[in-house]
Ligand binder design. Sequence first.
Ligand code: GTP
Ligand code: MG
Length: 317
Amino acid sequence: MSDKETNKNTSRSFFSKLKESVSGASTRVTSNFFDFIGKNKIDEELIDDIETHLIMSDVGIETTEIIIDQLKKESNKNIKTTKDLKESIKEIMLTILEPVDIPLKINTNQKPFVILMVGVNGSGKTTSIGKLSGLLSAQNKTVMLAAADTFRAAAVEQLEIWAIRNQLEVISQETGADPGAVSFDAYASAQSKNIDILMVDTAGRLHTQQGLMDELIKIKRILNKQASDSPHEIMLVIDASLGQNALLQAIKFNEALGITGLIITKLDGSAKGGIILSIANELKIPIRYIGIGEKASDMQKFDRFQYVDALLNYSDP
Ligand SMILES: Nc1nc2c(ncn2[C@@H]2O[C@H](COP(=O)(O)OP(=O)(O)OP(=O)(O)O)[C@@H](O)[C@H]2O)c(=O)[nH]1
Ligand SMILES: [Mg+2]
């Protein structure tokens, strides 16, 4: 098989997986998103049905209203057939997503480029560090990991498993150590070894736990003292299956820390694929990657075209 064919197959299997995840799991909502449109004439009732479908797929009331208002405006002039209607929905969604479809750019003049991973418990921070460190190493970047989740003993072990797999060094201290001190040591070590990227894992926390949020602010401040532009990326990892709660978390973490990028995980098992539109519309923070499974290869750069196709089950690649 040629490289080209291999690539094609890889992207097709990803697409099916994303499509399964975003639409397949939510059969009640999106898998037939366009099928139901196909059977109806374009009238107010159909627009109401679309509105209900959007809310049920976790697009959120505010964002749904924006989509529906736009659709009504266009239906007065440009929409004659259901094909026009489908195209229109797709275009409106792409317009909402465009400002957040910005990939992570790593400036290797800033050594180490620091990525601080934050988020609630179990959102997929450590796994995302594992996957992303693999992707970045494969691009010939040197990566070091910092185990600033000193809360759980198993957290360091979990990070070490990924580090062994990707042949990376982990900087850690004993359980209960100060996560700020781990971050400080890791930065110094990465700097002395001329490492390109330092990824800092932190313990999960709820935005309502003020003491723990303050701890993150402290880690940020410590990293910022080491270099004025560090941390270069404050990455919030969000579990898509939490639906609208994920939006609330993102708002609160952003208020506390100033989030610069998002990873949306567990889209493979989520019935809430529409949450990405909601987050994009209300927060306008770049979505860097999406998680679509537990394996090392189950992470992809966010691509708004691929995502909207998958959400709407629009076409096969
Ligand atoms: N299906 C699926 N599972 C995922 C994905 N990302 C992470 N997981 C799983 O979610 C669980 C929690 O992931 P972790 O990486 O440990 O999450 P965390 O945010 O580091 O958790 P804490 O450190 O406890 O806050 C693990 O079982 C992961 O394998 C994903 O994209 N899809
Ligand atoms: Mg973790």
